[in-house]
Design a protein around this ligand. Structure first.
Ligand code: FE2
Ligand code: FE2
Length: 259
């Protein structure tokens, strides 16, 4: 089973480029499941119905989220009804939506879980205890993908090693800068600290760089907007054994739009 996991999609620019690159990638590879982090899909902040539909139309089957989950108020109106959208699982009990979903690839069940780290982010429930509880509830599922949305590399690495041999893959998201440490850990879990992002390449994490630089220098508040210009696409393509769910390969998929 080939799983394509796409890093944080930023703004309409990111949506459009993801759509275009997905067409190309699905011509070159057989993709059995496409997952994307959509926490920045609407002007860099959150997800709404229109953006979700556009990503589905482009071939994305499951959308994961992160610290920007609730930035678009509209999501609260439909997240409970859409089982393809997964928000961090370690939010407090009673939070709208779901922290994991089970989808089907042929006759195989795949569990997709979203977790959020706690360092420099909200103090949610423990992501380690949370994933333990989810895995306990689904002992028969062998194909398990975890989006570990976190700020610091150590927390993501810790989750990768903690879950090695217990899940198929741990993909880091949130920092928007891809890391070069993709590998299959010794017990069969594919891992990368950060997948990267989809959207403008010459901004700062997708945001207009003049605004970010100005804010850093002046220490005054300023409204962020998504950068313009040529775009980047970062994803990972991961091969899982159909029988065991263990990862057999992971590679980065990177595309750059010419200026
Ligand atoms: Fe993000
Ligand atoms: Fe984030």
């Amino acid at each position: 089973m080939n799983v394509l996991f796409i890093g944080d999609i930023v703004g309409l620019e990111g949506q459009e480029y993801a759509e275009r690159v997905l067409e190309e990638v699905s011509r070159d590879h057989q993709l059995d499941l496409v997952i994307a982090n959509g926490e920045n899909a609407v002007h860099g902040r959150g997800l709404n119905r229109k953006a979700a539909e556009r990503l589905y139309d482009a071939g994305v089957e499951i959308i994961t989220l992160g610290n920007h989950t609730w930035d678009q108020h509209e999501l609260q109106d439909f997240i409970d009804e859409d089982a393809r959208i997964v928000r961090p699982c370690n939010y407090p009990p009673g939070t709208p939506g779901r922290g994991y979903t089970v989808c089907k690839v042929g006759s195989t069940e795949v569990l997709v879980v979203n977790l959020m780290g706690r360092t420099f982010l909200s103090q949610l429930d423990c992501p380690f205890r949370t994933i333990d509880a989810v895995l306990k509830q689904h002992p028969a599922i062998r194909h398990i993908i975890v989006d570990m949305h976190a700020e610091v590399t150590s927390e993501k690495l810790a989750m990768g090693w903690y879950l090695d041999g217990r899940v198929s893959a741990v993909f880091g998201t949130h920092t928007h800068v891809p890391t070069a440490d993709e590998r299959v850990l010794p017990h069969g879990t594919a891992y990368i600290t950060d997948v990267g992002m989809v959207g403008p390449r010459d901004g700062i994490l997708g945001v207009d760089r003049e605004i970010v630089i100005g804010r850093l220098i002046s220490q005054m508040p300023a409204r962020f907007s998504v950068a313009k210009g040529p775009r980047q696409f970062h994803a990972v393509l991961c091969e899982l054994s159909d029988e065991t769910g263990r990862a057999t390969a992971i590679k980065r998929v990177t595309k750059y739009e010419s200026a």
